[in-house]
Design a binder for this molecule. Structure first.
Ligand SMILES: [Zn+2]
Length: 343
């Protein structure tokens, strides 16, 4: 028996098979997420991707004991319902776990993608060797995961660690969650791009320093403009980076972590992001938690979510194991089907 893992994202569906003895990720398959048929189409695609993974490692579907799915959040692990993730059009309160069970007939555990990425970085990436980690992913939205004494902080509804929706400016811009001034509304990739568009709209004198098409600029374009000395790009990005810095300060004060790991596309912005975070942390954080922590870039890139699911498959998180099969949390829940076969 083996565990199948899936990373469902707005852009890609990825899957792999986890074996206890061999390579943690075998039979990797990746497809562009097919949004054309809504959630039911994507769920069917998950089934196809998984069967391809299973076939490629020489297993049959009957060898798969359980399934762990990293999904765009918010998700309630207890009910397996996914609530309107921003990158998944037409997904409103989708009972993903029960639909996957109907389709695949294996017990399934769902985990919020930011929490999965946090687990991946904690066990296999930037946080490995630490006990207390805060993970912040800054991409289309802002998500997070908090690990306290080696345990993912979940909360009674499984929604802890929504760092993107901490209030940074109580009179700030509208956030999709209904609140105003959330970190996500100020500093996500989407917010950086749209704030840049608003800043340069109608400014006739704006001549972008980098070769940026201002009307279609993405967050990455804003970063390029900022490095090239484009004034609106620089001030918008610095404001976003300062907001992330304030978010990091709040996390240092709340959780006293060993490490704060910044992932997601915006984390590729380099010194203009990390020097700004350091400046804000130096100016605002209390000395004791500040000295205990380092702030660093994530290292697993696009693999973080899948690796978090692997950590759960290997029984690194008690909540996953007990929900899967009631086994001792320290015991891995699966081993390689290929190895188990009498050949
Ligand atoms: Zn919000």
């Amino acid at each position: 028996v083996s565990t199948a893992v899936v990373d469902l994202g707005g852009t890609y569906v990825r899957s792999a098979i986890v074996s206890r003895e061999g390579e943690p990720l075998r039979g990797r398959v990746q497809q562009r997420t097919d949004h054309a048929q809504g959630s039911d189409g994507v769920i069917a695609q998950i089934g196809r991707v998984l069967r391809e993974s299973v076939a490629s490692v020489g297993c049959g579907w009957e060898d798969i004991e359980n399934l762990i799915v990293s999904t765009p959040g918010p998700v309630t692990p207890q009910t397996g319902i996914v609530f309107s993730p921003p990158n998944m059009l037409g997904w409103n309160d989708v009972p993903l776990r029960s639909k996957l069970f109907e389709l695949l007939h294996v017990p399934t555990v769902l985990v919020n993608d930011a929490n999965a990425a946090a687990l991946g970085e904690f066990y296999f990436g930037a946080g490995s060797g630490t006990r207390n980690m805060v993970y912040i992913t800054v991409s289309t939205g802002i998500g997070g995961g908090v690990i306290v004494e080696g345990q993912l902080l979940s909360g009674p509804s499984g929604t802890a660690g929504e760092i993107g929706h901490m209030t940074i400016d109580r009179t700030g811009p509208q956030c999709k969650c209904g609140n105003v001034g959330c970190l996500e509304a100020i500093a996500s990739g989407t917010a950086i791009a749209s704030r840049f568009h608003a800043a340069v709209a109608g400014v006739e004198s704006h001549e972008p320093a980098a070769s940026v098409d201002t009307s279609r600029a993405t967050a990455a374009d804003v970063v390029r403009g900022a490095y090239a000395g484009d004034e609106p790009a620089r001030s918008i990005f610095l404001d976003a980076a300062e907001a992330i810095g304030v978010g990091v300060v709040n996390c240092l004060h709340l959780f006293n972590p060993d490490v704060v790991v910044i992932g997601g596309g915006v984390s590729n912005a380099g010194p203009i992001l990390f020097d700004t975070i350091d400046r804000i942390v130096g100016a605002r954080a209390m000395p004791v938690p500040r000295q205990a922590a380092i702030v660093m870039k994530a290292v697993l890139g696009d693999d973080a979510g899948l690796m978090g699911a692997v950590a759960m498959a290997l029984g690194r998180t008690p909540s996953a194991s007990t929900e899967l099969s009631g086994v001792d949390p320290k015991e891995p829940v699966g081993h390689g089907c290929a190895d188990a076969r009498p050949e």
